[in-house]
Write a new protein. Structure first.
Length: 362
């Protein structure tokens, strides 16, 4: 049964230099896009009382509260629904938060990336560090009590010390959640053709990440997934549904979904989506082996790992026997551990997780 929905809002005021996501600074097309988005939701949403909704982007906070309400009213809203809105600090103010607090939105994900204004300028961000302090305070005053901050490590001229200082500052704001992402320069972003100087190599990124784990743990944050840390048990329920391999809708340009065992993706071309928001660029019914592999990939991202009894019952296999070779190999090297019938990556295993996970593929 579908438990979540992701809604992509592809508009930005300008493109950050590291960003290769599907987003555009073409706000004049926002109205047409919202109409197409609503048409897709009306056609594909089954009316379920979902557990989570997530507005991602792009910059979803470029939608007015009225525009958000117009989308939200298409869903069955029940008590306990987690509704997350991603936002950039320079796009919102106290009045926006006061209005937003009267909608079902109850979780905010703020793109911070760094508290160093020079680094922010270098990577093409439009906000300053002072904007972050302002919006957190304004959101609190409006009644929001579930706030997440996103950071990137390995940025140009960023040191390990400055990165950890950023995280200490974030923790001091009393936020409930922090997400960390290593800088990846991929085709389609400004930095791909204009490579910045003085960025961290792979080894330095690993050291920054390990130091971050320690710094956040000292401040009461639980490291519950490779990139995510929660305070007071405020996990991202939406992302947890992904990692637990639950089904979800994907609405909007370039959004991915997983419904009735079918993985799909919507068009990445804006004109194509506006012309036909029901079209799929990709759609595939997964077989049992593919479902199993996804269960492993996603489960091992979580610190809680893979429960052998659960996965054996779900897929009618003997997990330890089927994957004896790869499990033995990485348990011997200390990259995987098993406690109480649960397999999970160790801290050293997380650093080479892509290599390890690839060996579970048949």
């Amino acid at each position: 049964m579908v438990k979540s929905a992701y809604i992509h809002i592809p508009f930005c005021k300008s493109k950050c230099h590291y960003c290769s996501f599907v987003s555009f600074p073409v706000l004049e097309r926002k109205g047409a896009y919202i109409n197409a988005l609503k048409n897709q939701i009306k056609s594909e949403y089954g009316g379920e009382a979902l557990e989570t909704l997530y507005f991602g982007g792009g910059t979803p906070s470029l939608l007015s509260v009225k525009e958000l309400e117009g989308i939200l009213k298409l869903f069955t809203i029940k008590d306990g629904l987690e509704v997350t809105l991603e936002l950039n600090p320079e796009t919102v103010g106290a009045e926006y938060f006061q209005s937003l607090a009267r909608t079902p939105v109850n979780r905010l994900s703020i793109g911070v990336q760094s508290f160093d204004d020079e680094i922010l300028r270098c990577i093409g961000r439009r906000h300053k560090s002072s904007d972050v302090f302002r919006v957190v305070e304004e959101a609190r005053c409006a009644g929001f009590n579930n706030i997440s901050l996103d950071f990137i490590y390995g940025l140009p001229n960023q040191t390990e010390e400055s990165f950890i200082s950023d995280l200490k500052c974030a923790a001091s704001l009393g936020v409930e959640h922090i997400s960390l992402y290593g800088l990846k320069i991929e085709e389609g972003c400004f930095f791909y053709s204009q490579m910045p100087q003085n960025i961290a190599d792979e080894e330095m990124q690993a050291q920054m990440y390990l130091s971050a784990i320690d710094a956040l743990k000292e401040r009461g944050f639980e490291h519950y997934e490779i990139s995510n840390f929660a305070h007071g048990g405020k996990f991202s329920r939406h992302n947890n549904n992904y990692w637990k391999n639950q089904e979800y809708y994907g609405f909007g340009l370039a959004a991915h979904g997983y419904v009735n065992g079918v993985r799909y993706s919507n068009p990445i071309n804006l004109d194509d989506y506006l012309e036909n928001p029901l079209r799929k660029d990709f759609s595939r019914q997964l077989d049992e082996q593919e479902k199993l592999e996804e269960e492993i990939f996603l489960g091992l991202r979580l610190k809680s790992g893979i429960n052998v009894d659960f996965i054996n019952a779900k897929f009618n296999i003997d997990f330890a026997k089927k994957y004896k070779e790869v499990l033995s190999k990485y348990m011997l090297t200390g990259h995987i551990e098993c406690k109480n019938s649960v397999y999970s990556l160790t801290q050293s295993g997380i650093l080479v997780s892509n290599t390890i996970l690839s060996e579970f593929l048949e």
